[in-house]
Design a protein around this ligand. Structure first.
Ligand code: NAD
Length: 359
């Protein structure tokens, strides 16, 4: 069993801990928290051993009726691997703690790329993280872009990626974030940081990204334009993306016309916390003009990186191949939306050009 410690138990950390607990080859050794808030009580109920991230605050946990197993140093010492899920910049401060115990560590996308040996996306560069002592699982947006870029690059070659990212203002619990009533080019300067971040996974890729922020908490939406190196049909691209286990191509008959209905779909399907681990690509949006591919996809910022963290653990511990890990992670979490799109018949979706696409 791989003994996993989680430092930082917020949006990402609590999901990582739950995902680890579902793996047959992993166990949660404990989670470190700064304060005994509602999430500490939930962690307690789920049976996770609790460690004080800031030892001076340990008495607060006792006062709140949350039993502590120790301080974060003890968690790091006990773990085979740490997953740092603290806010951006804190991971960099924690790095020396992990190193002092020789405990390999995974950092999240809010950290600079140079915090770790490898920036990671399971579909794109699993092998690069094999045996690494430090890995950064790239951000929700970079994960979402990488999952689409990898198959397109392999199947057709990519000349240029241009993407506009319409980003949620904050997560549902982030009540101090915004905008409340505005549309912000963010950053105003171009490119946004996302393009360079994607290049940490695909060095040499030509990619330009523009970012905006809007007053929603639901999901991000990306508008992609990818100039391919081959002539292909939209049907062929669609079939390619449908073959990706972490991409859900939304069928035309589903009536899902936005992020709101996607979230409803996830809640109705009984997904934990309404999570959507998959990229959600609108099938109707997949269009080709010359060698330019266009599509819209929605990315659930709170959850798409969770399967990637699990795969990063297996890559670093060299306990599975990419295919084995991705399959196991998908199966245990329930990744993969398999509902047949209602109202789509064979004649609605033209796959006739599929076999000839490489011509
Ligand atoms: P969050 O604020 O929801 O959770 C962070 C948790 O860490 C909080 O519970 C906070 O109290 C705790 N914390 C603060 N200082 C700490 C310390 N010194 N030691 C231990 N715990 C500490 O943040 P999040 O959204 O989960 O983000 C965590 C990381 O994941 C960031 O790098 C972020 O960029 C990245 N990420 C976030 C999202 C997202 O949309 N939320 C998506 C992908 C990646």
């Amino acid at each position: 069993m791989i003994r996993v410690g989680v430092n930082g138990y917020g949006t990402i950390g609590k999901r990582v801990a739950d995902a680890v607990s579902l793996q047959p080859d992993m166990e949660v050794v404990g989670v470190a928290k700064t304060k005994p808030n509602f999430e500490a009580h939930t962690a307690d109920q789920r049976g996770y051993e609790m460690y004080a991230a800031i030892p001076d605050r340990a008495p607060l946990f006792g006062d709140a009726g949350v039993e502590l197993a120790g301080a974060v140093d003890e968690l790091v010492a006990a773990a085979d691997i740490m997953v740092d899920c603290t806010p951006s910049g804190i991971g960099a401060e924690n790095k020396s703690l992990y190193e002092s115990y020789d405990t390999p560590a995974i950092f999240q996308g809010g950290e600079d790329a140079d915090i770790a040996e490898v920036s990671f996306n399971a579909r794109s560069n699993y092998g690069a993280a094999r045996g690494a002592d430090s890995v950064r699982v790239v951000s929700c947006n970079t994960t979402g872009l990488s999952r689409v870029i990898a198959p397109l690059q392999e199947a057709y070659g990519i000349e240029q990626v241009r993407t506009t990212l319409v980003r949620r203002g904050g997560d549902p619990s982030q009540n101090t974030r915004g905008p409340i009533n505005d549309i912000l080019p963010n950053p105003i300067s171009i490119p946004s940081h996302h393009g360079p971040d994607v290049k940490t996974i695909f060095p040499g890729l030509a990619i330009d990204t523009l970012g905006l922020k809007v007053p929603v908490t639901l999901m991000h939406v990306h508008a992609l334009n990818v100039t391919l190196e081959s002539d292909v049909t939209a049907a062929h691209v669609r079939q390619l993306l449908e073959g990706e286990s972490r991409i859900y191509v939304i069928g035309e008959g589903m009536g899902i016309d936005g992020a709101g209905k996607l979230k409803d779909f996830a809640h109705d399907a009984g997904r934990p916390r309404g999570d959507i681990w998959e990229n959600c690509v609108w099938g109707e949006s997949i269009a080709i003009s010359g060698r330019d591919l266009y599509l819209f996809q929605a990315i659930h910022q709170e959850s798409d990186v969770i399967p990637e963290n699990i795969d990063a653990i297996r890559a670093m511990t060299e306990s599975a191949t990419a295919a084995e890990s991705i399959e196991l992670t998908n199966r245990t979490l329930g990744v993969g939306i398999t509902e047949s799109p209602v109202g789509v018949t064979d004649t609605d979706t033209d796959h006739s050009g599929v076999e000839a696409a490489d011509d």
